[in-house]
Design a protein around this ligand. Sequence first.
Ligand code: F6R
Length: 248
Amino acid sequence: MNVIKVKNKEEMSQLAAKHIIKKVTDAPHSVLGLATGSTPKETYKELVKDYIRNGTDYSLVKTINLDEYVGLSSENKSSYHYFMKKHLFGYLNIKENNRYIPNGETEDLKEVCLQYDQLIEKMVVDLQLLGIGRNGHIGFNEPGTSFNTKTHVVKLAHATRQSNSRFFNSIDEVPTHAITMGISSILKSKEILLLVSGSHKAPAMKHLIENEAIDVQFPASALKKHHHVTIIADCEALSLVSSYVGEN
Ligand code: F6R
């Protein structure tokens, strides 16, 4: 894993956006794996700024999102469908039928998972964007999830629901379940870009960088099995890491 240390979230977002823009410019048919949450928000803002200023073309790009809550309609302001529209899809020229997000609204979630896996098999992700949970989750793969899992329905850890309650009126409104791409699917991506910002993520970063063990109790440790992972993390996120990491 290549770790790039940056000053703050702003620098992290600019660098991440630059990386994505280069990928899309070099390979216009790129498949981007996308994440939601607080971490990539400013990166998406940078992509939108660039699109308006420089007209980077996304017309051939395909996107596939990591996860979605179970039981929220795509119109629900806390759904990841809504998030993606609000922060990215509403601006760039990514064709509607080239954007994929799991459908957490239907009755037949098993079928949704199966279809999503077929999709992932077909369109290999060129660049997967990730955030990390305080408990080391990636996507919604909570601690204890086997690294062999494909797309599945997960019961969200209390800590995750608590942390994500900031996007809802109260914790009671946070869905108890989500659909997520599995770790084995994430590891199939050709390249992974993990973004980390803030002191609340510092213990997770210390664990990821300083602990060599690959352990299902810390899902992000699976990334050590991948040959092309770049972590862009800010000073606060790296504040507990004593070993050397490259400065940007
Ligand atoms: C979101 C996702 C999650 C988040 C993680 C960090 O699509 O897959 O794994 O990346 O929960 O969330 P934030 O960025 O809000 O701290």
